[in-house]
Write a new protein. Sequence first.
Length: 190
Amino acid sequence: MDIQTIERLVSEELASDPLKLLHVRNCLEKADELALIHHGDRTKVRIAVLLHDITKLLPLKRQQELASHCMGPEDLENHPREVWHAYSAACYARTRCDIQDEEVLDAIRYHTTGRKHMSLTEKIVFVSDAIEVGRTYVTDDLRELAKMDLDQALIQIMQDDLEYLRARKRQIDPLTIEAVNYYLETQGGH
Ligand SMILES: [Fe+2]
Ligand SMILES: [Fe+2]
């Protein structure tokens, strides 16, 4: 499926929520900027960003059904519900848009939790989703850090996420904890 068709599909799927559509547009802008700075693959990043939230408006039941074409039901149950849309979106990309590039699919699948050993495409999508211009609570410092040191920005975003979830006693995806430990160990936190 070509990129114009994917763009049309995204506009259709998210038509009922203009703010969500705006979020995707903002993410595209940020991801393109970061891909340029950090020498990422702009096409892969663009496709992943376009599709990352495509199932977000679907009821959880429908997300489960969609994801079941790509994974067992128990695989989804291991993750907090807030994360299900990432898995259903990756499955949507594979089955409906015929995206078979695993790097693009992983960038969609892990855009909320992150994980260990992320590719550059995954990192750019993850960070862009977190710091796009519509995220008004994000500091300029973090946005600058993302330009200078993507891994340090990644660590900070994950740590902020963990703090936010812990403060609200919400379920934490083990992938994020694993990822923070991994990146702190390999990159060192400042
Ligand atoms: Fe998302
Ligand atoms: Fe998003």
